[in-house]
Design a protein. Structure first.
Length: 270
């Protein structure tokens, strides 16, 4: 039987208690991963290292790779994909919580549908105060995913399982701050690769107020504008769609953080 890897990346500013919860959710699955590849993106704090040591002791499949300096997420994941031993790779963030049957659902679907390159699903956003909970549903079939992907990221990154060979064929992750995954999905869609989103919640995503601050500002807009240009160049957007995409990007990224929070919570979430 085909095995699968879990790919994670951690850096010094992340909270050790979040990392512990994320790793716990990964090892307490109804279907166990063959390996968990954890990338140390630069030097970590003593507290983060202690969490890693604790999980090394109880999880023989934990495999570590360390960068001496912080290279940022795109470069870290690029290396992670390259060193994963298995053809199927599940992404997981180090501050989120995977539901117990997440890997089993995705693994079985990928075995039954060999033409699917990328498989995502729904996620439940929550905050630490327990005052916010929203479900982010995604389009299910490839045709709808392609349409959705013109203007918005069509896959919840922390829910994804993909085929290593297809990600490598599209050029792998690359340095593209905050948009590493959307950039990769666009290149894969442009090559005609097939996507699917399971109509099921796979991950609980931690969503505190700083999320909305990170998703705005001029530097974030510039990154999105660069991505829109790439989408146009590789044929995902025609001229009219490119103009619409830029206008929508301006409307979200250059708003004050409190307005962006309202847009995400009241309009872009169910």
């Amino acid at each position: 039987m085909m095995g699968f890897s879990v790919l994670m990346s951690v850096y010094k500013k992340e909270k050790p208690e979040y990392l512990a919860m994320a790793l716990e959710s990964v090892i307490n699955q109804t279907l166990q991963a063959d390996e968990i590849v954890l990338i140390r993106d630069g030097l970590l704090t003593y507290e983060l290292e202690r969490v890693i040591q604790e999980f090394e002791a109880k999880c023989s499949c934990l495999r570590l790779y360390s960068f001496e300096e912080n290279v940022q997420l795109g470069r870290a994941l690029k290396k992670g994909v390259e060193i994963c031993s298995n053809e199927l790779i599940a992404r997981m963030d180090t501050d989120d919580i995977a539901l117990p049957d997440r890997f089993q659902k995705q693994y079985e679907y990928m075995l039954q549908h060999p033409g699917i390159s990328v498989l995502g699903g729904w996620m439940e956003e929550f905050n630490d105060d327990g005052t916010y909970s929203r479900l982010k549903r995604m389009p299910e079939v490839n045709e709808d995913i392609r349409i959705y992907g013109r203007y918005r990221n069509p896959v919840n990154h922390m829910t994804v399982m993909f085929r290593k060979k297809d990600v490598l064929a599209a050029g792998n992750y690359r340095h593209f701050p905050y948009l590493e995954d959307y950039d990769l999905w666009c290149r894969m869609l442009a090559q005609g690769m097939m996507f699917h989103n399971l109509p099921a919640t796979l991950v609980k995503m931690r969503n505190n107020n700083n999320v909305y601050e990170r998703r705005g500002g001029f530097s974030y807009f510039r990154g999105y504008a660069k991505l829109r240009k790439i989408q146009r160049e590789i044929g995902l957007l025609n001229r009219r769609e490119y103009a619409i995409a830029l206008l929508l990007t301006v409307g979200v990224t250059l708003q004050p953080a409190f307005l962006r929070k309202i847009i995400y919570q009241k309009i872009l979430r169910k």
